[in-house]
Design a protein around this ligand. Sequence first.
Ligand SMILES: [Zn+2]
Length: 497
Amino acid sequence: MTTVAPPAYEEVTATFEPVIGLETHVELGTRTKMFCGCPTGFGAAPNTQVCPVCLGLPGSLPVANKAAIEATIRIGLALNCSIAEWCRFARKNYFYPDMPKNYQISQYDEPLCSDGWLDVEIDGELVRIGIERVHLEEDTGKTLHVGGATGRIHGASESLVDYNRAGIPLVEIVTKPIPGTGAKAPIVARAYVTELRDVIRSLNVSDVRMEQGSLRCDVNTSLNRPGEEWGTRTETKNVNSLRSVERAVRSEMVRQAAVLSTGGRITQETRHFHEDTGETTSGRSKETATDYRYFPEPDLAPLAPDTAWVSELKAALPELPRVHRRRLQSEWGLSDLDMQSVVNAGAVELIEATIAAGTTAEAARKWWLGELSRKANETGVELATVGATPKQVAQLQQLVDDGKLTDKLARQVLEGVVAGEGDPAQIMQARGIEVVSDSGALTAAVDEAIAANPEIADKIRGGNVAAAGVIIGAVMKATKGQADAKTVRELVISRLS
Ligand SMILES: [Zn+2]
């Protein structure tokens, strides 16, 4: 078999039109699980947050969690969905070791919320993403494959199951198919997940942390030639960061185009995204709904949310992120373009929190969009997990404002913050970083530099102040950049006038 180089992305989008779709799972931040009273905290010792109900022991009966139902309705309302006046849970039957009942309680043809939309902004333009449904289900446990090099089942010596996560309320949000985005499909997918995350966070119903798995995303992708029917779609599972959402769509578009261009067919299947290579590999062929033998859950009463209660929830929805951002933009005095770069960098909340910690909007924006964005790009992480907190950035700026750090030194300190060396003040002490403001030491350095450059000193004495740069540079070098350039300049000129 010969391998052919994959087509360039521009070639793919010139020949094919993508249709994407996103299924997002959000773990709700309720205190207890969906159908029992077990706690839901993250990171507890394995199998310490379990009971007969979430372990699926015979004779145990589920009771629905009202807080989870309320949270799901609020998500549905924020996404402009209709809320069902009557609906039921359903059993989704399949066998998997991390699902002790051998069925998952989910919702099938009667979702709690349906037919809504979410507007996302792409380069200043609104794209309306249709929402097919928002339904409530329970999470599964977690299987851990040990003994192998990769953490995958292949090569592992044993598999362990942790049921702490089993039964945590999970909301699934499914978009309608999204055609017509062309080459922007990967960006639209990312923007949608970002906006959805921000909406859910604003509702305060989940911490929506992709890296901890409380927000998980499956990406459907298909390609067709213009004018033809939509192609067969694949589903890329568990894409674990916003950046990966974009990369997964893009790489799947390129892979499918390569198959289609050589006369091949796309198989309907699930695929796995690999963070390291940015590519997807084949998982299993996709089950169809009939394989799951859905039927109404006989152990739970139907849900019939009171319309007055739903209206109350709707009236009490918070300001949604897009509205909130517009308000911040005017408060911060930013142009559309500047605000867009803040949004694209994922820096809105970080800047907001840095300002709340006592910094100006301008300074907060400078650090997050400058040095810290660069670091995040270099290491391939989200800005929020780059290693610096808004509080530390505010502390850093305070040290600059107090004259204890120059901009250049502040960047060195920030490097230490990102490396996890502590707060700015601790790093200054540990690394011995400080502005040389002791005028005795500075004057000595200035005098030395003047003595070493007699001809330039004469020029300055003769009124050619522009020549001072050479001597200032020599002083900065001698003090290893720890002097304030403005102070040095003043000293040089006063010594030579
Ligand atoms: Zn339980």
